[in-house]
Structure formats: C-alpha cells, structure tokens
Unconditional design. Structure first.
Length: 493
C-alpha cells in the first residue's frame, strides 16, 4: 500500500444543524419550569424582548389547543439557510405593518424601580416561607454528645466516628481504620470507648458495624422473647433470611410457633437506624400537559402554559434599527438581538404545537389506560407516535423528556406511556406493565402455605392468556422485590 499526501476534491452529503434548529430542539426538550427559567435568563440578556402585561381586572381567555391533521408552517422543523445571513427573517421584521404592533406596546417602558423592588420582595417572601432543611443524622448525634460530661479527647473521637457513619447509621470498616498506621494502643482503646459512647445515642442501633450488631444494640431487657430473639440474631440470621424455620427449630429446640412469634418481634427492630435522617430527593413535578374529557367520549390535551409569559419584540428597538441616525455598530447589535429574540419566540411557539400533537397522539393510543387503569396500558413505541404526528422519532423523544401529564388516574411522566409488550394466547399484544401487575396479583392471592414456584407462576400467567418464559418471570420477580417461593412460604405452627 502506498501512502502519499495530496489534495482531493470530493462531493459528500452531510447534515449540519443550524443554530436556529439547535435552539428549537433545546426549547422543545425543556419542561415548563426550566422553560420559564430560560425565558427569565433571555429577558435579562436581551433588551429587545418584552413581556405582554395582562390586566388582572380583565377575564382571562382560555387557550384552545387545536389538533391539526398536519404540521403548520410554524410547527415544521426550523431550518435556516446560513448562506443568506438570515435576511428573510430581518426583512419580515422590518416590513411588519403598524397594525401588527399594538398601540399599547408603542410606549411601553421597562419596569419601574418600584415594580422591580416589588417583584424582588415577592421572591424574598417566597424564600422565607420555604421548608427548613431537616436535621441531619450528624447534627442530631452531635447535639446528644453535649449531654455527656466526657474528656475532650473522647468527645473529639466520638465526633470523628459520627462523621464517618454512612446514610444508614453504620460505621463501615474497622474502628482502627479511623487511626493512622502508627496509632498507639492507648489511641485504639480510646477509639473503642468512643464507639461505645456513640452506640448509646439515639436512634438505637446507630454506630453498628454490621446488621447483627445493629439488631443486638436495639434489644432491651424485658422485651417479649428477649433471649429467643438474641439467639436468632446471634446464630441464625442467614437461616431467617432464607426462611429456614424448621432448621432453626431443630438447632435451637424452639417450637415453630415460638420462632414465628420471635420473628414478629424482630421485625419491629430497625435495620437502618440512620435512614430516617437521610435527605431523600423529591422532585418538584409540575405537569406540562393536562387531559380534559370530551363530551361523547375521548380526551383532549391542554398545555399548562399560562405561566409562560407572552413575548414580543420591542417596537423601540425596531425604530432604532430603522433610524438613519443609529450608528452602524448599534444597528449590528440590535440586529443580532432581534435575531435571537425572534428565534426564541418561534421556538416556544413550535414547542407548544409539537408537544400538543405528540401528547394528543399518546392519549388517543392509551385511552384504555385512562378509562380502566394501569392494567389496561397498551404497548407503544415512539416510532408509532412519530409516524402518526409526522416528525422524527428523536423529536418525540425530546418532546416527552422530563414532561409530566395530569390524567384522571394521577400524574404520570409522558415516558410512562411508552412500553414494550408480548403477545397473548389469542394474538393480542400485552404491555409488560400489565404482565407485572398480573404477576403481583397472582403472588398476593396465592396460598402462602404452598406458594407458587416460578414454573407455576408461568402456568398461572398462561391461564390468563399471557405467555412468557420462566426466566422472564424470574427477572420480573426479582425486579419487583418479590421473594422466592421458599422465602414467601408460611410454615405451619
């Protein structure tokens, strides 16, 4: 093979995304709260943009979402010819008739200082009314340390242990790991003493190094079946995990009835004493789409975009652009800002149309889910919605990303309605979610004295017209945290 350098002219075809198309896709992907933040950011950076202020004394007009058969000109994918320098857009802006710029916008000024201060005060009031951050496990334990009159060295080591606890309240690893390799025996003894101090704090069981120690720390003398529970925790945790009650009975001499009563008491202990202090993230869900029933049957989607301000381009800057007295550098700056503002307005308008049509297509396909519940959900792929709406499948993916829908059955993410499926015995498609619900129903109603094995679960599903493999049942059972048949079995007393 010969290698050489040289110039070559080759004709290739490739797609290049224009900035306008990229912005359109970004706006489409934003949920309503993120879109409002994006608009606020653009309002701060672009002086050309203005917001239509509504009179609170006037009745609000509801926006009727229409469902066009095909995308309108404004809703088609935005494509721009970079070689023309966007002259068509500027020509359209400059040639707008006076009627298209309402009189009330002509002399509209920027918000006054009082209005800005009032808006800022409202934000401060909202921040003041926010829920306080819950107390952490570390703070709670450190506050309790103040109740003990101990030496400063012991208190410092106890605090070090507290800050090394995991989210469940356990101390991972060995106590000696908190010290350096050159630690003296005195320092090691101090660390063990500090650990005992931490383990005396509330919640009971905190500072344990494993599950066995955590449960033993929670045992209180005088509680029912104290000695039996201690024996089960100390020597038979693995047997309990696998529900080997007869084996425990043979090893300990306890009756099955006594073991089951001890297990009931054991379940009252907390295997994760620090979990209640762990901050769990709860997303702030604001539906982008609402569903209204239509007279005669069916549903119509409605976008919740009343919080999104109506944007328009400032007439003052339009006049500056037309004025002959405006310096060239100022005209170029205004031209750039006008371009950016118009792109944003068009992208928001396109987002509204695309999201409405995609959501309506989803609702039309999943009417049985809305009428009967989750067990009636139909298999659905994004490509089906893309073909129905007339857009690319990636557009559908961006339209449903991080969006939520308020339905008569509750609030669901739009991605919830896209599920795979299998074929039933009569040839109909059944969604995997429906299979999971039926599997859970069978397990809940089975005889716990003789629970179904995975093979028997396959047979039970087949009796309901759902044909799946045993490995599929096993996979779903584990994903749904359903124990095995041995672990679900209730032993006779």
């Amino acid at each position: 093979m010969r290698l050489s350098f040289g110039q070559e002219l080759r004709q290739v075809q490739k797609q290049i995304l224009a900035p306008r198309m990229i912005q359109s896709m970004e706006i489409l992907q934003l949920p309503i709260l993120a879109l409002m933040e994006r608009i606020d950011q653009e309002m701060e950076e672009n002086p050309v943009l203005e917001i239509v202020e509504e009179d609170p004394d006037l009745p609000t007009e509801e926006y009727e979402n229409e469902k066009p058969d095909s995308p309108t000109a404004e809703e088609r994918e935005l494509v721009i010819d970079e070689s023309s320098n966007n002259e068509a857009d500027f020509e359209r802006l400059l040639n707008l008739d006076a009627e298209e710029w309402p009189d009330q916008f002509e002399d509209r000024a920027r918000p006054s200082r009082g209005e800005v201060e009032e808006a800022g005060q409202r934000k401060l009031d909202a921040m003041a009314n926010m829920t306080a951050r819950p107390q952490s496990l570390e703070d709670y334990l450190r506050d309790q340390l103040g109740w003990f009159d101990v030496a400063p060295e012991l208190r410092a080591m106890a605090e070090r242990i507290i800050y090394n606890l995991d989210t469940n309240g356990y101390l991972p690893g060995r106590v000696e790991d908190l010290l350096g390799p050159d630690a003296t025996q005195q320092q090691i003894d101090l660390t063990h003493e500090a650990l005992k101090l931490v383990q005396r704090l509330d919640p009971s069981g905190v500072g344990a190094r494993d599950l066995r120690e955590c449960l033993l720390l929670q045992l209180v003398p005088g509680m029912p079946l104290h000695e039996e529970i201690r024996t089960l925790i100390s020597d038979h945790l693995e047997d309990l995990e696998h529900n080997r009650i007869p084996a425990i009975s043979r090893k300990t001499g306890y009756s099955i009835e006594t073991i089951q009563e001890a297990v009931e008491e054991l379940r009252k202990l907390n295997p994760k004493p620090g979990a209640d202090f762990h901050d769990s993230y709860v997303p702030n869900v604001t539906p982008d789409v609402f569903i209204d029933p239509v007279e005669g049957g069916g549903y119509r989607v409605r976008l919740e975009d009343s919080q999104i301000p109506t944007l328009f381009i400032s007439p003052q800057y339009r006049r500056l652009l037309l004025s002959k007295d405006t310096p060239p550098e100022t005209r170029e700056y205004i031209k750039r800002k006008l371009n950016s503002a118009q792109w944003l307005i068009d992208s928001i308008h396109q987002r509204r149309g695309t999201l409405t049509r995609v959501a309506q297509a989803i609702v039309d396909h999943q009417q049985e889910f809305l009428n009967k519940g989750p067990e009636a959900i139909e298999p659905l792929k994004m490509q089906q919605i893309a073909d129905k709406v007339g857009v690319h499948v990636t557009t559908v993916s961006r339209a449903v990303d991080d969006k939520w829908m308020q339905t008569p059955r509750g609030i669901f993410p739009l991605r919830k309605f896209f599920v795979g499926g299998t074929t039933s015995a009569d040839g109909e498609e059944v969604a995997w979610d429906a299979v999971r619900l039926k599997l859970q129903e069978i397990v809940d109603t089975e005889d716990k004295k003789k629970p179904h094995s995975d093979e028997e679960l396959v047979e039970q599903l087949a009796s309901h017209g759902i044909t799946v493999a045993r490995r599929t049942v096993t996979k779903y059972r584990k994903a749904m945290n359903i124990p095995s048949s041995r672990q679900r079995r209730e032993w006779k007393k």
